[in-house]
Design a protein around this ligand. Structure first.
Ligand code: FES
Ligand SMILES: [Fe+2]
Length: 430
């Protein structure tokens, strides 16, 4: 899949296209369509018969609505009569009614009323609108957009079972391809540059950074990585001043879930859902498996502006965004932080939303040893898409329990074998 260019391994243009394209009919699009995907926050449809919501997923235009009984439907955005947008529809009496000529559809895609012609009562049984199965769970509406008889069992991530009080979630629109949004999670080497303050984060009071301050001392982390049943496990190894090894344990769970940045108590998962090839919905959940999130944690998440950036009200667009250069403050950059950009995720957005554009041209890269984990995920993702083309399904589809894994952090003595210490973390938890 890759060829040598000088002393680096670069992706071919064909493989870069396969990696980044998820529209219907593309190999990666077919892979994504075999998995349950987060479609929206459950709060976006707050109650029965509430206004419908426009959705765009994997390059498909859709509409989501919650009917009179509280059930959610995800339908084609366009009415099958003559293609009017159902977003403007009337959500009433257990169905969404197109306001052009009154045709009405239920959450399963059945046409239940054609009121504008005498043949409507019989013809309605011949009309369907595309609809996708959904599962509402853990504050999210999940959708399955794949082949009907291939629908896999649902995920078994432990945070899915926690009460609402144990979780905090944010959704952000990211204006680039899903893969370059995700790559940063397998790139330990960027953190001590992009995300540092000029005093190694000693003065940064944000909860997460304070807990992780020691990860910023070694600017040349190395990776120990293994292929697993669910994707990959990574140990990012940083030398501490006393010679011990600080190991951050991260997972990539196929196709778009990652578990970065573990702190001792509050864990995190990221998921990057392709909207289309140039836009991504980035969901971030922070959770505590053992109890409600603390007041301090919630305050930091809601109002701190560092871990979760402020968004323009009523949107998923950060206030600091590409149109205003992410509100970079050059004085702050000179005196306080490496970037001069306030929020942690916004520091990433400033780097990823324009990597030679919204779809990075990976034939132009000069990869080095710190990019080893990224190279591995690209390879495994491409392999999964190519395997599926040959009819070989990812094993994870049929054994979602394999992905019951958690991020972690370990401090190991200088001579310890990191790969051995990593191994138990790749085993499914009970
Ligand atoms: S286009 Fe929707 S009812 Fe005619
Ligand atoms: Fe980052």
């Amino acid at each position: 899949m890759s060829k040598q260019k000088g002393d680096t391994i670069m992706l071919s243009a064909e493989d870069n296209a396969m990696l980044t394209q998820t529209d219907p009919g593309t190999p990666m699009g077919e892979l994504f369509r075999r998995f349950w995907m987060p479609a929206m926050l459950a709060d976006e449809l707050p109650g029965a018969d509430c206004p419908p919501v426009r959705l765009r997923l994997l390059g498909e235009n859709l509409v989501g609505f919650r009917d009179t009984d509280g059930n959610v439907g995800v339908l084609d955005a366009y009415c099958p009569h003559r293609g009017a947008p159902l977003f403007f529809g009337r959500n009433e009496d257990c169905g969404l009614r197109c306001v052009y000529h009154g045709w009405k559809f239920d959450v399963h895609g059945a046409c239940v009323d054609i009121p504008n012609v005498p043949e409507g009562d019989t013809y309605k049984h011949k009309v369907r609108i595309k609809s996708y199965p959904i599962i509402e769970k853990a504050g999210l509406i999940w959708v399955y957009m794949g082949i009907e008889d291939k629908q896999p069992p649902f995920y078994q991530f432990e945070w899915l079972e926690t009460p609402d009080s144990h979780r905090f979630m944010q959704k952000l629109i990211v204006n680039c391809n899903y893969f370059q949004s995700m790559e940063g999670d397998f790139d330990a080497s960027h953190a001590p540059f992009l995300h540092r303050t000029l005093d190694n984060n000693a003065s940064n009071l944000s909860a997460r950074i304070r807990e992780n301050a020691l990860t910023y001392e070694d600017v040349m982390p190395t990776y120990v990585l293994e292929d697993t049943a669910y994707g990959n496990i990574f140990g990012a190894v940083r030398k501490q001043a006393d010679g011990n090894q600080f190991v951050g344990v991260t997972h990539w769970i196929m196709p778009c879930f990652t578990t970065p940045g573990a702190s001792p108590k509050v864990l995190q998962m990221n998921f990057r859902v392709p909207v289309d090839d140039e836009h991504t919905m980035h969901y971030r959940v922070r959770y505590d498996l053992n109890g409600p999130l603390s007041e301090r944690e919630l305050w930091e998440n809601r109002h701190g502006g560092f871990l979760f950036p402020e968004v323009i009200p009523g949107t998923f667009t950060p206030v600091a965004n590409k149109s205003n250069d992410y509100r970079i403050d050059r004085l702050m950059q000179r005196n306080y932080s490496y970037t001069g950009i306030k929020s942690f995720p916004i520091q990433d957005l400033a780097m990823i939303e324009d990597q030679w554009g919204p779809i990075a041209d990976r034939t132009r890269e000069h990869l080095v040893s710190s990019d080893e984990a990224i190279i591995r995920v690209r390879r495994n993702m491409l392999k999964a898409a190519k395997d599926l083309e040959q009819g070989i399904e990812p094993p994870l589809l049929h054994s979602p329990e394999a992905a019951r894994v958690l991020p972690d952090r370990m401090v190991l003595p200088p001579e310890a074998d990191v790969a051995e210490a990593l191994r138990p973390h790749a085993e499914a938890r009970p």
